[in-house]
Design a protein around this ligand. Structure first.
Ligand SMILES: [Ca+2]
Ligand SMILES: [Ca+2]
Ligand SMILES: [Ca+2]
Length: 327
């Protein structure tokens, strides 16, 4: 059985809860200037969700003396009553420094990608909704242009029954899809379940969390948009989203040490959280270490860990979010 569950030895940092975040911050990403984007309120089949409200996006300025998440206002034609945000990624247009936020959205449990532009401090303008048959079970994305991205499919088929069969049989049938207005194609395949995705600071490599396989895969970008497999790094946990430290290139993941507790949710025996870091991933000896471990009593089901200048934001699938000191 690949969905292993293990007991965890608690290892805490000095942290506080982020205000207003009560129903998960499944994905978080931080810009070089300290602005963090949070995707909150995910409703995902089979997993707990403790709010009937639609999902929301928040912004947090880590350079503020007392950072507090601010809800982003959304302008445009997007239906906000069914907004169900999941993985996110930011792209900055180098010519005019404009900030584009890409968001995986599951209205009525469908999969689509929304592209927004940050216009003022608290306003996102909705530019485009992208749907495509290859984008059938999107978990996370990494933007590589103002309208192009790589996306992970966490299911080999949109159907949950067929998906669980592939997991039970160990069939690595999930893929990563490249999307641009000119071309859409499978860029890499062979994942048991592709979850978080991100890019190296030099933009040469793409990292994918093959979550049920307990590993992070390293792929190299090609001229024709394909991704060539380089290697896998074992992480010993089910790692969800990946964030990359802009300065060091280290990978940080929010992981699920006992995922069965997530599906069989019991508040008396909650699912735990684990933050894992990979240093020197391109060297012959990457260093994998646990930076934070909780038995679920502080935070349940961590799904992302985003570092910024000695601070670490930890988000979760359906619970709270933490701001921790790394120093
Ligand atoms: Ca992401
Ligand atoms: Ca794999
Ligand atoms: Ca994810």
């Amino acid at each position: 059985m690949t969905l292993t569950s293990r007991d965890v030895t608690v290892k805490h940092l000095s942290c506080h809860y982020l205000k207003n975040i009560e129903h998960g911050a499944e994905d978080i990403t931080i810009l070089k200037d300290g602005l963090a984007f949070l995707s909150t309120g995910l409703k995902y089949p089979g997993l707990p969700s403790f709010s009937d409200e639609p999902g929301k996006l928040y912004l947090l300025d880590l350079l503020h003396p007392r950072p507090s998440p601010l809800e982003l206002q959304i302008e445009g034609k997007l239906d906000l009553s069914s907004f169900n945000p999941h993985g996110i990624s930011v792209y900055i247009n180098e010519t005019d420094e404009s900030v584009y936020l890409f968001v995986v959205n599951h209205p009525q449990h469908k999969s689509q990608v929304e592209i927004f532009r940050l216009d003022e401090e608290d306003t996102l303008v909705h530019l485009k909704t992208i749907t495509h048959p290859l984008l059938h079970s999107v978990n996370d994305i990494v933007a590589v242009g103002v309208e192009s991205f790589y996306a992970t499919n966490d299911h080999a088929f949109p159907s949950d029954v067929l998906h669980f069969l592939t997991i039970l049989l160990g069939l690595p049938w999930c893929d990563v899809v490249y999307y641009s207005p000119e071309e859409v194609k499978v860029a890499a395949s062979g994942f048991l379940s592709a979850n978080g995705i991100n890019i190296s600071p030099d933009k040469r490599y793409i990292y994918v969390s093959d979550i049920v396989d307990h590993e992070i895969d390293v792929l190299e970008r090609q001229e024709d948009k394909e991704l060539v497999y380089i290697k896998s790094v074992a992480v010993g946990s089910l790692c969800d989203n990946i964030e990359v430290d802009h300065r060091t290139g280290d990978l940080w993941m929010g992981c699920h040490p006992n995922p069965i507790k997530m599906y069989m949710f019991d508040p008396e025996d909650p699912p735990g959280s684990e933050v894992i870091q990979i240093k020197n991933i391109h060297s012959g000896q990457p260093v994998v270490s646990q930076k934070y471990v909780d038995d679920g009593h502080v935070i349940m089901a961590s799904s992302v860990a985003a570092p910024y200048e000695g601070k670490l934001l930890v988000g979760s699938v359906f619970h709270k979010a933490l701001c921790c000191d790394l120093k």
